[in-house]
Design a binder for this molecule. Structure first.
Ligand code: NDP
Length: 309
């Protein structure tokens, strides 16, 4: 069985930064990139708030650079998804793609988070045919058309603003009579002429035909329904951390985020560290994910020095 000092699960900013630091510390890290190589950032276009890029940087370029940087220092980066873990013994045992087993003295979990959906059968039916959780990925297809964004947080506002520059009209479907988003984002949305906010509305059904989405049926708080004609239905109602595999072993919070120590990446099992969005319900930024990846690699290095020959 292959044995490594440090196994990193996840190929986003957290995973690659952990890999850069671990490789430079001679830990010869092995990285499995997971379902979405490059992580969630690759579902966006230009990243304008990553320090060091005054004119912004294409998200895929940024992730390719991080991957190459880790590789240049000796990280072994592979494609594959962890399908089983056994963390009750050391070295830890991790199964990749249900077939390859790896033993690891330390494990860094940087598996990120995934967009949430409403869970409607009609939404599932039209996924990829008008239903999307990424405006920056799919917005292009809705030039001069009408779309709806579900949610009232910063992400929903950001997506609605992005779509408003492409689409003819953007509805925002907000379940309360207030936004959750920051004031600055709210103001930007409310100032846009082609964004209409539908307050106190929940989606009952996504409507469509053989060509895809044609509308949505909304249920107002007062019990009445409202049908809107749309071509695209975008979800922006938050994220779910990719932590299910670790639930039998690690302490998670009520929303499923891996609990880490204050100012450290330590989980409830010594030798297992978590970094990035899988343990961060609050900041969820590429730069904070990268920083926590650095912390995880440093923590793993210290753990190995103190606990493994
Ligand atoms: P949030 O949890 O902040 O917002 C989720 C939104 O979706 C809320 O309006 C919530 O409504 C709504 N919602 C949740 N579930 C449902 C449902 N089943 N049906 C209808 N509506 C639903 O998530 P975000 O992804 O927007 O943001 C996450 C974090 O990332 C936040 O801290 C945010 O500030 C940050 N962020 C910052 C950005 C920036 O600064 N530029 C950009 C993007 C995100 P309700 O309010 O009623 O709960």
């Amino acid at each position: 069985m292959e044995h490594v000092k440090t196994l990193i699960l996840g190929g986003g900013p957290a995973g690659f930064t952990a890999a850069i630091y671990a490789a430079r510390a001679n830990l010869s890290p092995l990285v499995y990139e997971g379902i979405q190589p490059g992580g969630q950032l690759t579902t966006t276009t230009i990243v304008e708030n990553f320090p060091g890029w005054p004119d912004g940087v294409d998200a895929n370029t940024l992730m390719d650079n991080m991957r190459n940087q880790a590789r240049n220092f000796g990280a072994d980066i592979r494609q594959g998804v962890a399908t089983a873990v056994e963390l009750g013994r050391r070295p830890f045992r991790i199964t990749i793609d249900a077939e390859k087993e790896i033993e690891a003295d330390t494990l860094i979990i940087a598996t990120g988070a995934q967009a949430r959906y409403l869970g409607l059968p009609s939404e599932e039916k039209f996924k990829g045919a008008g239903v999307s959780a990424c405006a920056t990925c799919d917005g292009f297809f809705y030039r001069k058309r009408t779309v709806a964004v579900v949610g009232g947080g910063d992400t929903a506002c950001e997506e609605a603003l992005y779509l408003s520059s492409l689409a003819k009209k953007v509805y925002m479907i907000v379940r309360r009579d207030v936004f959750r988003a920051s004031k600055v984002m709210q103001n930007k949305v409310l100032a846009k002429e082609n964004i209409e906010v539908l307050w106190n509305c929940n989606t009952q059904e996504v409507l469509g035909d053989e060509n895809g989405v044609t509308g949505a049926r909304l249920l107002r708080k007062d019990g009445t329904t409202l049908d809107i004609a749309i071509d695209g239905f975008f979800l922006a109602i938050g994220h779910t951390p990719a932590s299910a595999l670790f639930a039998p072993w690690l302490k998670l919070d009520e929303a499923g985020y891996i609990v880490t120590g204050a100012k450290s990446s330590e989980t409830s099992i010594p030798g297992v560290f978590a970094a990035g969005d899988v343990q961060d319900p609050r900041y969820r930024q590429a730069v904070t994910a990268a920083a926590s990846g650095c912390m995880a690699a440093r923590d793993a290095e210290k753990f190995l020095l103190e606990n493994v020959n």
